[in-house]
Design a protein. Structure first.
Length: 263
């Protein structure tokens, strides 16, 4: 008989929970009976997600949180743990695409903002969650990307790809360090997904100077001939959060319909 994830009563913190992948994961985990703390820079967005969860009979807390802020991250995680009496799941999902520019002309401030938000923000999420998870264990899931891990052909993506590659190294180090506490740490690596992260992309005017012409085959997203859906990522997050993945840690999982195999 196929086992089903048993997550009822678990407690989760999700960063970037107001839209896209974070929102889809929050709704799906709540459907599985998880109590969800929603952290996002846009409070209106997470309040909307909270309302959806509560209308369906679930439990949620919505808090404004800038993952660049040690205080915000620490307080968000502490609030969830103290409100419900523990912490079982952390989905470190928040991030930005940032500035796309040649290395030569990229502003140091743009580099710092992308690395600070994506990599330091993930580090802070893990750092402040660990004390609340050490006693009973749990699952930490990081949103990385095929960029910086399988794809290196996107012009100007140096800062973003570096941050995403760094998340994989952080995940592997954390998986070994935290195994003694039965805390599993894994990363998901989505390809093109129908979200609004593209809204945070800005390309410099000289980006064409470093483009290398590449002609991809027709239908360069082989499995579904289009971007994936946030709900598909949410299903993977639910699996990694549950005991169905009890022997999986220190692993990056690509979820891109084979898109990155062509690039």
């Amino acid at each position: 008989m196929l086992r089903q994830p048993n997550l009822k009563g678990k407690i989760a913190v999700i960063t970037g929970a107001g839209s896209g992948i974070g929102r889809a994961a929050a709704l799906q985990l709540a459907d599985e009976g998880v109590k969800v703390c929603l952290l996002d820079l846009d409070l209106d967005h997470v309040n909307n997600v909270k309302a959806h969860i509560e209308e369906s009979g679930g439990e949620a807390i919505a808090l404004k949180c800038d993952i660049n802020s040690t205080y915000d991250i620490k307080q968000g995680i502490r609030t969830a743990s103290e409100h419900w009496g523990g912490l079982d799941i952390v989905f470190a999902n928040a991030g930005i695409a940032g500035e796309m520019a040649p290395i030569e002309t990229m502003n140091e401030e743009d580099w710092d903002r992308t690395i600070h938000t994506n990599l330091r923000g993930t580090f802070l999420s893990l750092k402040h969650a660990i004390p609340f998870m050490k006693e009973h264990g749990g699952s930490i899931i990081i949103t990385s990307s095929v960029s910086g891990n399988r794809i290196f052909s996107q012009p100007g993506y140096t800062a973003y790809s570096t941050s995403k590659a760094g998340q994989i190294a952080l995940m592997k180090m954390a998986a070994l360090e935290l195994a003694q506490y039965k805390i599993r740490v894994n990363a998901i690596c989505p390809g093109a997904i129908k979200t609004h992260i593209g809204d945070s992309i800005h390309s410099s005017t000289d980006i064409k100077d470093i483009e290398i012409p590449v002609q991809y085959p027709e239908g360069d997203q082989p499995l579904e001939h289009g971007p994936g859906q946030p709900e598909q990522i949410a299903e993977l997050v639910t699996f990694l959060a549950s005991d169905l993945s009890s022997h999986i840690t220190g692993t990056e999982i690509y979820i891109d319909g084979a898109e990155s195999l062509l690039k």
